[in-house]
Design a protein around this ligand. Structure first.
Ligand SMILES: NC(=O)c1ccc[n+]([C@@H]2O[C@H](COP(=O)([O-])OP(=O)(O)OC[C@H]3O[C@@H](n4cnc5c(N)ncnc54)[C@H](O)[C@@H]3O)[C@@H](O)[C@H]2O)c1
Length: 266
């Protein structure tokens, strides 16, 4: 039997992370790199993506590249797959994490009747169309790996409806697109897990709200409703990412792990 240390090792493997220049994507990249994984950061944000790749190279001495692509664009996604082959020659891990395109309009606080397609379409597209296109493009590469793992990033709001009392009196809110897109990610995970088995494992992390200087009244209400009595921070999500991407979970596929401080436990 291999040791837990051996099961956790990602030495020599390659992971591609969409939205890898964002808050959570960057934390995933750091955790995987710490375990020896080479990383390809995929993002629309050129400077941030290269900055993350460069800091991974400096800090963890792994091979890290960045590639700028809009994952909703089929041609750019094909180029992205070519980049992975050229820069890394293989792929073992895909984390579908990108969300929140900068083109989307800020109307999260609006009631349903006032929510628009201008917000719905780019957001649902990044989460669902982007995950579909990216996964489809790299599946032939992942099939060549003996340890292939896809991790999709959903949300508690892909599993339960929002408690709108949290947003009383605030401009921030919780829009329909998020429920639809993240619920879609949860179910797409199950579809991919059963259709890509046994060559590729596919699992999902559904995080609770991450602390980002939200208004104090929201924060107080969120914490009061959370059994572990705080919002998440990025590092709370990294254990789940290491578990799903490494051989620690070699017999686990099709699962949705809620990392939410107990938010959905009552
Ligand atoms: N922040 C939270 O509270 C929270 C809670 C639950 C789930 N999540 C999920 O975690 C994931 C990461 O969220 P985050 O908080 O790090 O967000 P973030 O905004 O910090 O990062 C998202 C990244 O995706 C990139 N991106 C957007 N559109 C893209 C496109 N078309 N092509 C390629 N890249 C694109 C952005 O440039 C950005 O770097 C998302 O899927 C989000 O829904 C976040």
């Amino acid at each position: 039997m291999r040791s837990v240390h051996e099961l956790m090792s990602l030495q020599g493997r390659v992971a591609a992370i969409t939205g890898g220049a964002g808050h959570i994507g960057r934390a995933f990249a750091q955790s995987l790199a710490e375990l020896g994984c080479n990383i390809c950061i995929l993002d629309v944000a050129k400077d941030r993506a290269e900055e993350v790749a460069s800091s991974l190279r400096d800090t963890y001495r792994v091979k890290a590249s960045s590639f700028v692509a809009d994952i909703t664009d089929e041609r750019q996604v094909a180029e992205m797959a070519q980049h992975i082959v050229k820069a890394h020659q293989r792929l073992d891990i895909l984390i579908n994490n990108a969300a929140y395109p900068s083109l989307s309009v800020a109307e999260d606080g609006k009631k349903l009747e006032d929510q628009t397609l201008e917000q719905w379409e780019p957001n649902v597209n990044v989460c669902l169309r982007g995950t579909f296109l990216t996964t489809r493009a790299v599946t032939p590469l992942l099939r060549q790996s003996k340890n292939a793992s896809i991790v999709n990033i959903a949300s508690i709001y892909g599993v339960v409806g929002p408690d709108m009392r949290l947003y009383d009196g605030l401009e921030m809110g919780n829009s329909a697109w998020y429920a639809a897109a993240k619920g879609g990610i949860v179910q797409l995970t199950r579809y991919l897990a059963s259709t890509l088995a046994p060559s590729i494992r596919v699992n999902c992390i559904a995080p609770g709200g991450v602390w980002r200087n939200q208004p104090e009244s929201f924060h107080v209400r969120y914490v009061a409703r959370t059994p572990l009595q705080r919002m998440a921070v990025e590092e709370d999500l990294c254990g789940a990412a290491v578990f799903f991407t490494s051989d620690l979970s070699s017999y686990v596929t099709g699962q949705v792990l809620l990392v939410d401080g107990g938010w959905t436990s009552w």
